[in-house]
Design a protein around this ligand. Structure first.
Ligand code: CDP
Ligand code: MG
Length: 750
C-alpha cells in the first residue's frame, strides 16, 4: 500500500507546482530553473529569513544556540573514555556476534563479500578482529574508503578504541597526507591512495588483508582496484580481499570475485515511516528549511538529518535556519545546527558524533557522505530532497562538471534507513512517490561510466596495462570515454604515437592529480619556475582560501581585491601564498585578510608533499623570481585545451568547440577584456562559467602545443584575421588502430 503523504501542511504545499507530470516533462528545465532560483534565493535569503520569522512563526518561542556556538565547542575526546564503555560499545555492535564466523571465513576464503547495515561495525571492527587474530603479523590490514573524511575519522575512532596514538598501530593515508609509521598494522586510506600504491607494488606485498570498504559507492578507484586486486590475489594465494557493501549489489560483487561467499550481518533496524511530498517541489532548499522547522516545532524527541548536495548549500541552510530560529522565543527546546561535508575540519566533524545535550535537538545538514560513510546516532528524522551532486564528464566540452542530479532509489532507501537506527523514525521525501518510482534509477551508475578517465588510464598504462579492452572491469567504461581519455593523454604528450607511455607520461603518473596539472608541473621544472608552479597547484588543490562572512562581505571583497593579479587567478593564488609566507605564515595575516588559515596550511602541506615527490624523482625545484610570462606559458603547457577567445556576443567561446563561456564573477579577471584566456575548469550553474582564469598570449598556445593548434589565415594580408584553430591531429587519424588496446598489439597481430 502506498504511504500516504503526511508532509506538514503549509510548508510544502506553498512551494508546490500544480500538475503531477510536470517532473517527467521538464526535469532538465526544472533543474536549470532551480539553479536560477537558488542564485536569486541566496541573495534574497537574509531578508527572507527575518520576514519568515515575523510572519509564520511569530508567536512561537524557540531558544537557539547554534552553529556559531557549536563551532566554538571543544572537540570530543574519545581518549578520555575508560576502557569499559568502549569495550561495551564494541560488543554491542551487530558485527560482534559474527566475530568468529567472519575471522574463520576470511582465513578459509581468498575473497569475501560482507553486507551489513551502516553502523553495524564493519569498518571499525573487522580490521580489529583480524588484527587481534594475528593476520597483521603477515602484513598490514588495509581498508579503503571512497572518502577522505571517512578514512580519517574512522582511523581516529579505531586508534581510540585500541588505545593507541593515531599514526602508530593504526594510521591513515590520504592524498598529500600520510599518518602511518613502520609500526602501523591497521591502515585506513582512500581508495585512490591504494591505487597509487599499486603502481609501485602491484602484488600488494605489504598487506595480508585488504578490505575494499563501501564498495557500493563504485568510485573509479574502487572499480579499478577490483581489477588490480583480483590480479594480485591470483599471484598471491595468501592475500585476502574483502569487499563490503551497505546495499544489495552483493551478488554482483560475489560473481566478480569467483563466486565467493557472502556474509550478511544482521542489523538491528526499526521501521521508518516514509512521507512523500504530494506535489513536486520547485525549490528544495526552501522546502527543506520549512520541513526542518515543522519537525522541530511539532515532532517529539529525536535528531534530524538532512541531505543536501554540497558545501555552499549546507552553509547557506545552516545560516538561514539559524537566523530563522534565532528570532523566535524560548519555549521550544534548543536547536543545534551542524554541517557535515568533506571539506570540514575534523574537529568540527567530530562534533556530530557528540551526544545531543539534554533539552536540545540536533539538526545535521550533510552531503551524501552521511548516507553510508559515517554513522550518526540518535537520528529519528531524515529529510531527503532527492538530489546529490555528482561528477559527470561532459564529452562535449571535454571537462568534468559537478552536476546536481536526482539520486537513485537505492540511495533514497539508504537515506531513509538512517532514521531507523535508534528507534522508529520518519523519512520526509521532498518528491512525489511517482517521481521515486518512475524517475529515479534503481541503482547509482558507477562513476567509471560517467567520469573522465584520463588519470585512471595514465595509472593503468604506468602499471603496464596497455590492453584496456581486456582489463577486467566489473562494468567497463564506455569506449567513447576511454578513447577520449587516450586522446587527452596523447595531446598532453603523455602517450607517444604508438599509444605507449612516454617518458613524460611516466613522470606524470607519479603525481596524484589530473594529468593537465602534472604536465604543467613537470614542464615547470624544465622552464625554471617549479617553485611557483608547486605553489599554484597546491593552492588549486585546496578549498577556496577566501572567506566571505555574511555580515562583512564588502570588507572581505576589498581585501581580496588587494591580492588580485591583473593577469588572473593563478597568479592571484600565488600572491596570496607568497604574502602569507612573507608574513611568517601567520594567523593574524589570515584573519586580517579574510583568508581561511586552515586551507592555506593545507596548501603548505601539499606543497611540501609535492616537493618530496620532486626530490624522489630528482626533479629540480627552481624559482623564476616572479617571471609572470614564464609562469603563464608553463600553465598553458598543461591547460592549452582549456582555452577561450573573446567573443563579442557572449563573453568568450572555447577554442576547441566554440562553447559559450563566461568568466566567473569570483575571478580576478571578471569584467576584464583580455582576448585569450585559459581556465582550470568549467562550472555549470546558471551558465557555463570558467573558474580560475588566466590571460594568455595566443602564440603560446601554438608554441606549447603545435600538435594541437595551428594558426589559420596567417598568410592573409590582414594579420587580424589570423586565428588559432585546433588541429585534427594524428590521433584522430590513427584512432582506429589505437582503439583501446595499443597499436603495438595491432602490429603484432598484423
Ligand atoms: O562500517 P559500518 O557502517 O558498518 O559501521 P562503523 O563505521 O564501524 O561504525 C560502528 C559504530 O562506531 C557506529 O555506530 C558509531 O557509533 C561508532 N563510530 C564512532 O563513534 N566514530 C566514528 N568515527 C566511526 C564510528
Ligand atoms: Mg563503514
Amino acid at each position: 500500500m502506498p504511504q500516504l503523504s503526511k508532509v506538514p501542511q503549509g510548508s510544502l504545499a506553498r512551494t508546490a507546482l500544480s500538475g503531477s507530470n510536470m517532473m517527467n516533462e521538464h526535469r532538465t528545465e526544472k533543474i536549470q530553473q532551480r539553479k536560477d532560483r537558488e542564485l536569486e534565493a541566496r541573495q534574497a535569503k537574509s531578508a527572507h529569513a527575518s520576514n519568515m520569522a515575523e510572519t509564520e512563526f511569530q508567536n512561537r518561542q524557540l531558544v537557539m544556540t547554534a552553529w556559531e556556538r557549536s563551532r566554538n565547542r571543544e572537540p570530543i575526546e574519545y581518549g578520555k573514555r575508560t576502557d569499559l564503555p568502549i569495550r561495551a560499545q564494541r560488543e554491542s555492535l551487530p558485527v560482534f556476534q559474527m566475530r568468529q564466523q567472519l575471522v574463520d571465513a576470511i582465513r578459509d576464503n581468498q575473497f569475501m563479500v560482507i553486507v551489513g547495515e551502516t553502523g553495524s561495525g564493519k569498518t571499525t571492527q573487522i580490521t580489529q578482529y583480524l588484527d587481534e587474530d594475528g593476520f597483521s603479523s603477515k602484513g598490514m590490514i588495509g581498508c579503503t574508503q571512497p572518502r577522505r573524511v571517512a578514512a580519517v575519522s574512522v582511523a581516529k575512532r579505531v586508534s581510540e578504541e585500541m588505545g593507541c596514538r593515531l599514526g602508530d598501530d593504526v594510521g591513515y593515508t590520504i592524498r598529500f597526507e600520510d599518518v602511518t609509521s613502520p609500526r602501523t598494522r591497521i591502515k585506513y586510506m582512500t581508495d585512490g591512495m591504494l591505487q597509487v600504491e599499486a603502481l609501485k607494488d602491484p602484488e600488494m606485498k605489504k598487506y595480508s588483508v585488504i578490505l575494499l570498504d563501501e564498495a557500493h559507492e563504485r568510485t573509479v578507484a574502487t572499480d579499478v582496484l577490483f581489477g588490480l586486486l583480483k590480479k594480485a590475489a591470483s599471484r598471491r594465494p595468501d592475500l585476502r580481499i574483502i569487499v563490503t557493501s551497505a546495499t544489495l549489489d552483493a551478488e554482483k560483487f560475489s560473481a566478480y570475485f569467483l563466486n565467493c561467499p557472502i556474509i550478511k550481518i544482521p542489523g538491528k533496524t526499526f521501521p521508518v515511516d516514509v512521507l512523500f511530498s504530494q506535489t513536486p517541489q520547485m525549490d528544495y532548499i526552501e522546502s527543506t528549511l520549512d520541513t526542518v522547522m515543522e519537525i522541530h516545532i511539532n515532532e517529539g524527541k529525536g535528531d534530524i538529518l538532512v541531505f543536501l548536495t554540497g558545501q555552499e548549500e549546507i552553509d547557506t541552510c545552516c545560516e538561514v535556519l539559524y537566523e530563522r530560529v534565532k528570532t523566535l522565543g524560548d519555549t521550544i527546546q534548543e536547536l543545534l545546527i551542524l554541517p557535515v561535508y568533506s571539506a570540514l575540519p575534523s574537529e568540527v566533524q567530530s562534533k556530530i558524533f557528540e551526544p545531543t545535550p539534554a533539552n536540545c535537538r540536533k539538526v545535521i545538514f550533510a552531503t551524501n557522505i552521511a548516507e553510508t560513510s559515517i554513522t550518526i546516532d540518535g537520528i529519528y528524522f531524515v529529510v531527503d530532497p532527492g538530489f546529490s551532486k555528482i561528477n559527470t564528464y561532459n564529452p562535449r566540452v571535454g571537462m568534468e562538471q559537478l552536476v546536481v542530479s536526482p539520486i537513485s532509489q537505492a540511495q533514497a532507501n539508504q537515506r531513509k534507513g538512517r532514521a531507523g537506527r535508534t528507534g522508529a523514525g520518519k523519512c520526509y521525501r521532498l518528491y512525489t512517490e511517482s517521481a521515486f518510482l518512475n524517475e529515479m534509477t534503481p541503482n547509482t551508475i558507477p562513476e567509471i561510466q560517467r567520469q573522465n578517465l584520463s588519470y585512471t588510464i595514465l595509472m593503468l598504462k604506468a602499471m603496464g596495462i596497455n590492453d584496456l579492452l581486456n582489463f577486467e572491469f566489473m562494468d567497463a567504461p564506455p569506449r567513447s570515454s576511454m578513447t577520449s581519455a587516450l586522446e587527452d593523454l596523447y595531446n598532453l604528450q603523455a602517450l607517444d604515437d604508438d599509444g605507449r607511455l612516454s617518458k613524460l607520461g611516466r613522470l606524470m603518473s607519479q603525481f596524484p592529480m589530473e594529468p593537465a596539472l602534472s604536465k604543467a608541473l613537470i614542464e615547470s621544472t624544465v622552464q625554471g619556475c617549479s617553485d611557483e608552479m608547486t605553489t599554484i597547484i597546491s593552492m588549486l588543490s585546496v578549498q577556496n582560501v577566501f572567506y566571505r562572512p555574511r555580515d562583512k562581505q564588502q570588507e572581505a571583497d576589498n581585501k581580496k581585491v588587494q591580492f588580485h593579479h591583473p593577469y588572473g587567478d593563478h597568479l592571484t593564488l600565488l600572491n596570496v601564498y607568497n604574502r602569507w609566507k612573507a608574513n611568517n605564515y601567520s594567523k593574524s595575516f589570515c584573519v586580517n585578510n579574510f583568508l581561511h588559515e586552515r586551507h592555506l596550511k593545507r596548501a603548505k602541506d601539499v606543497k611540501l608533499q609535492l616537493e618530496s615527490i620532486f626530490s624522489k624523482l630528482r626533479l629540480p625545484l627552481n624559482n623564476c623570481n616572479g617571471n609572470i610570462d614564464l609562469i603563464r606559458r608553463t600553465l598553458v603547457s598543461g591547460f592549452f585545451r582549456n582555452a577561450a577567445k573573446r567573443d563579442s556576443e557572449s563573453g568568450y567561446k572555447t577554442i576547441t568547440d566554440g562553447t559559450s563561456v563566461t568568466v566567473h564573477p569570483s575571478s580576478s579577471l571578471y569584467g576584464k577584456d583580455y582576448d585569450y584566456v585559459i581556465y582550470h575548469s568549467l562550472v555549470l550553474t546558471t551558465r557555463e562559467y570558467m573558474s580560475h582564469v588566466t590571460a594568455i598570449s595566443p602564440q603560446w598556445l601554438v608554441e606549447s602545443a603545435p600538435h594541437f593548434y595551428k594558426v589559420a589565415g596567417a598568410e592573409s594580408e590582414s594579420r587580424k584575421k589570423a586565428k588559432i584553430v585546433p588541429l585534427f591531429n594524428k590521433f584522430s587519424q590513427n584512432q582506429d588502430s589505437w582503439r583501446l588496446s595499443s597499436i603495438r598489439q595491432t602490429k603484432e597481430r598484423a
